[in-house]
Design a binder for this molecule. Structure first.
Ligand SMILES: Nc1ncnc2c1ncn2[C@@H]1O[C@H](COP(=O)(O)OP(=O)(O)OP(=O)(O)O)[C@@H](O)[C@H]1O
Length: 245
């Protein structure tokens, strides 16, 4: 469903993402894990056609994310790391606007907006300007925008970063429901607890390089069978530490 073929991004001599080749299967929840500055957001921005790759390509449902960016957006729901909304639109209006941009007639856009506001517990807040929302409410509204057109693929950049435990659990439960309904999910995070709960398979990116992929059991490798994802992650990233200059 998602195929990376030697995708890379360089800034001068600095490689933010080193040639990345990877396949994510239809219906899979794939966790893209890495420490700060590893290259997660850069990769996701190339998937969304926001950033031009230096080399290689990434395809979603057979479409080139750079050359066919508009067609890709009709298949994909995207939650950026920091969702930004128009200051003078209310939550409900933002959702309706996004639905209409996806081509739904006004009445259907209103129906979809109302349903998602309800699902995310934002019924009352829907009449408030989104600029006044808390971080948790903004993430929920952002996820509702991502889901408004029932996409086959979700691409989520740090979906629960900065959320309190209640909001984090609400978002994770919603994502689990999407996965159960057959959605393919590509989710970046450095929150290993979430990856452990949600993901069928994970990839670990470090200094722009994909250094490990597999199920948690596969990544445990020679670590203790009971190792948590946190222990596996620390071990793998420690082994791949860049030598001091
Ligand atoms: N425009 C740019 N010019 C130069 N370097 C950049 C640019 N944008 C990003 N970088 C660098 O590329 C690297 C990868 O950044 P990226 O934002 O993709 O990391 P990340 O894994 O998403 O990190 P975080 O978890 O902190 O958000 C970082 O070292 C960053 O400083």
């Amino acid at each position: 469903m998602i195929e990376f073929q030697g995708l890379s991004k360089t800034y001068g001599a600095f490689a933010a993402v080193k040639p990345l080749s990877l396949r994510v299967r239809r219906g899979e929840v794939f966790g893209f894990l890495g420490p700060n500055g590893a290259g997660k957001t850069t990769t996701i921005r190339m998937m969304m056609g926001i950033l031009v790759p230096s080399a290689g390509q990434v395809r979603i449902a057979g479409l080139d994310c750079h050359a066919d960016a508009a067609a890709v957006k009709s298949q994909v729901g995207y939650l950026p790391d920091t969702p930004i909304f128009y200051d003078y639109l209310r939550g409900r209006e933002i959702l309706q606007f996004v639905a209409e941009m996806h081509g739904y007639p006004r009445a259907e856009a209103e129906r979809r907006a109302a349903r998602l506001l309800g699902e995310f517990g934002l019924d009352e807040a829907g009449e408030e300007f989104a600029v006044n929302y808390s971080m948790g409410m903004k993430k929920k509204l952002g996820l509702a925008c991502a889901l408004i057109h029932d996409p086959a693929v979700l691409i989520l950049d740090e979906p629960i970063n900065g959320l309190d435990p209640r909001a984090a659990r609400d978002v994770q439960e919603r994502l689990l429901a999407c996965a159960a309904a057959g959605c393919t999910i590509f989710v970046s995070t450095h929150l290993l607890d979430m990856a452990e709960k949600l993901c069928d398979r994970v990839g670990i990116i470090h200094h722009g390089e994909l250094i490990a992929t597999g199920t948690l059991d596969e990544l445990r490798g020679d670590a203790s069978a009971a190792a948590s994802l946190e222990e596996v992650f620390l071990k793998i990233t420690e082994e791949n530490r860049e030598p001091a200059p």
